[in-house]
Design a protein around this ligand. Structure first.
Ligand code: WT7
Length: 657
């Protein structure tokens, strides 16, 4: 079968009976959850998590939309992810095979991890971190990131992990919003063959103004020189290595916060999504088991996400470790030192379960299947996809060239807010439909609503995805802003429906197809970015008067950031000088990188004299999107000044010539 013919026929893939025979996820689970929703989740909680004190009530929804799961239950998440596996006699099992980008390796067993987490917990306590204190973690993909998160969980200090690719400014905002007194960072990490510094961004974030930070703990990773503040900075190896490797894990309430993770919403200000301990851990363990089908005795699991995103939280740290899995953790990028690096690692570690994003798959497609073909990928038995819709072509390519025409592919839909996987096929049960996340997993309820908020089931009609029942790993709110939580998620279609922000449709077989965001949130390479946040970054530049940002579809990254900018009067003349416009665009792109992070850099910035606005003054992003995607703009009669669009479109086509 050629790549071209892959996409032309409609293929579905029934489960392989051999897979079904060993699968953790079963058809009966759907029936069990339908018959007794709370009973089902109570059972999951008892089967998958060790409780210091059993819970009295599975769900308290009386304060909806503020949920309480496993009321009265007490547990320690770090104990569940580490100690109990050691106590069960599995201390020698590898928890993490770490591979640094330069090729350095570390093997960390569950017994090692227990010692490291205990030491780090003791060290944090010696620095004054106690239960309820938030700790900011700004680290590359190194084992200390996992250790730091679990040490926080052990103490009951909610962690707030900030993606290492975010800028000093973004870090500053998050530190202040969460009021973190301690930051854990490193001198740097390895990126595309060279050390890339991290600590200077922390220094800049803390120099930017008042902040609550008392201590910065610095992991030595690259050995590069770092500026040092003796009153504030301590080396990880100084405080952690000399700490005791014994630390008693106190049980925490099921509803004690486990972590905060900032994500982009429709406004300029990122939201601190917070998750609590019991429900989150239950659903993380449940989904690692039934969706990823992890068999801890035999599998080698690899999730390629960064720990700075929710995927890293749930499917590098809490899910796989709660089930006692052996996993691979890789620091670097897929193209360093060569484009076969991932496949080399799969061959080397005999990875059996791979969880990655469609944007990566599409990049590999572009590079050609002859690269993975050079490696032995026969250890793989399940492939997962997450972060954005996976187009059927990419799905089929993934199954064929990575999965050897044998591995099921599960497309998993969820969000930072949902905490863990919500919609996905079960590989041993579902006949797989390439491109579709298919149906809610057992215990989860979703519907699609029309503009009037009415649920429908007709095929091919486009509507809004909503979740109709609470779920254990649901966000418990937005840190410090309960009203915004209600308003953002539980008001669009009334208090009964959690509005996810995604468009969706059913096909004729009742499968759910996710169609992307319906709000002002973009998805670039599976990373969530807000149009408003990038607009405010642009207008914070002294030369910019006004900015509009849209997500334009992009073959590889799903969407790309396209910006339209009106300059301030004095900057206009300057930009008209020959060559200056190009420099200005570069300057603005770098400015966005500085304000938010390189991932937010616009792919294109067009300098315009006007933006298309309705008569009431609202920017018509739909039109800008049409232009950015190279479509002819249709009817512009609702515009206050329709000539604006002609100018913009002419400008755009002049540029692409
Ligand atoms: C948004 C959530 C899920 C963890 C990583 C992203 C989009 C996510 C899928 C999928 C279609 C998907 C949605 C969602 N999304 N997975 N399998 N199919 N779309 O988490 O940053 O909170 O983003 O990512 O639009 O709302 P996030």
């Amino acid at each position: 079968m050629s790549d071209a013919s892959l996409s032309q026929e409609h293929h579905t893939f029934p489960p392989d009976p051999a897979f079904t025979a060993q699968a953790n996820g079963t058809a009966q689970m759907y029936a069990a959850a339908d018959a007794d929703f709370e009973g089902f989740w109570a059972q999951q909680a008892r089967d998958r998590v060790s409780w210091a004190t059993g819970f009295e009530q599975t769900l308290d929804w009386s304060g909806a939309p503020f949920a309480k799961w496993y009321v009265g239950g007490r547990l320690n998440a770090a104990y569940n992810c580490v100690d109990r596996h050691v106590e069960a006699g599995n201390g020698d099992r590898v928890a993490i095979h770490f591979e640094g980008e330069p090729g350095d390796t570390r093997t960390i067993t569950y017994a090692d991890l227990q010692r490291e987490v205990c030491k780090a917990a003791n060290a944090l306590e010696s620095l004054g971190v106690g239960k309820g204190d938030t700790v900011a973690i700004y680290l590359p993909m190194i084992p200390e990131a996992v250790v730091a998160m679990l040490a926080c969980a052990r103490i009951g200090a909610p962690h707030s992990v900030v993606f290492g690719g975010f800028s000093a400014d973004a870090l500053n905002t998050r530190i202040n919003d969460a009021k973190s007194r301690v930051v854990i960072t490193s001198d740097g990490g390895y990126r595309r063959g060279a050390p890339s510094a991290l600590k200077p961004a922390v220094d800049a974030a803390l120099a930017a103004g008042e902040n609550p930070v008392e201590k910065v703990v610095v992991v030595r990773r690259t050995g590069q020189d770092v500026a040092w503040d003796d009153t504030r900075d301590v080396w990880w190896h100084d405080v952690v290595d000399r700490a005791s490797d014994e630390h008693e894990a106190q049980p925490h309430d099921a509803e004690d916060p486990l972590f905060i993770l900032y994500t982009s919403g429709t406004t300029g200000k990122p939201k601190g999504i917070f998750h609590t301990t019991g429900g989150y851990l239950v659903q993380a363990a449940y989904t690692s088991s039934v969706v990823h089908d992890v068999h801890p005795e035999t599998d080698v699991y690899w999730c390629t996400a960064d720990i700075g995103w929710v995927t890293g939280h749930s499917y590098i740290v809490y899910g796989p470790l709660a089930v006692g899995a052996t996993q691979l953790m890789y620091e670097g990028t897929p193209d360093t030192p060569h484009r076969g690096r991932w496949w080399e690692l799969i061959e080397k570690y005999k990875v059996s379960i791979l969880y990655t994003a469609p944007t990566a798959v599409r990049t590999f497609m572009k590079w050609g299947h002859d690269i993975p073909e050079k490696f032995d990928l026969s250890s793989l038995r399940l492939l997962g996809s997450v972060g954005e819709p996976i187009n059927p072509e990419a799905w089929l390519w993934y199954r064929k060239w990575i999965g050897g025409d044998r591995c099921p592919v599960v497309d998993t839909w969820w969000q930072t807010e949902t905490g863990t996987i919500m919609i996905s096929p079960l590989a041993g049960v579902t006949t797989l439909e390439p491109g579709s996340a298919q149906r809610p997993i057992p215990g989860i309820a979703a519907e699609i609503l029309d503009d009037e908020g009415q649920p429908f089931t007709e095929a091919d009609k486009v509507g809004y995805l909503v979740l109709t029942k609470p779920w254990p790993s649901m966000l418990r709110g937005i840190w410090g802003d309960p009203e915004r939580y209600k308003e953002t998620y539980w008001s669009r279609f009334g208090p009964k429906y959690y509005f996810a922000g995604d468009g969706a449709k059913y096909d004729a077989d009742g499968n759910i197809w996710l169609l992307g965001r319906v709000d002002d949130v973009m998805n670039v390479s599976g990373h969530r970015l807000s149009t408003a946040e990038i607009e405010s970054a642009l207008v914070s530049h002294p030369k910019v008067a006004e900015a509009a940002v849209v997500g334009a579809s992009d073959e590889t990254t799903g969407q790309a950031v396209a910006a339209f900018v009106i300059l301030r009067q004095d900057a206009v003349q300057e930009a008209d000088e020959p060559g200056e416009g190009v420099d200005l665009v570069k300057e603005l792109r770098n400015h966005v990188a500085k304000e938010i992070g390189p991932i937010a850099k616009p792919r294109s910035i067009m300098i315009v004299s006007e933006l298309p606005k309705t008569r009431s003054g609202k920017i018509m992003r739909r039109l800008l999107k049409d232009v950015a995607e190279g479509r002819d703009i249709g009817d512009v009669t609702t515009l206050a000044d329709s000539s604006v669009m002609n100018l913009i479109q002419e400008g755009m086509s002049a540029r692409s010539e």
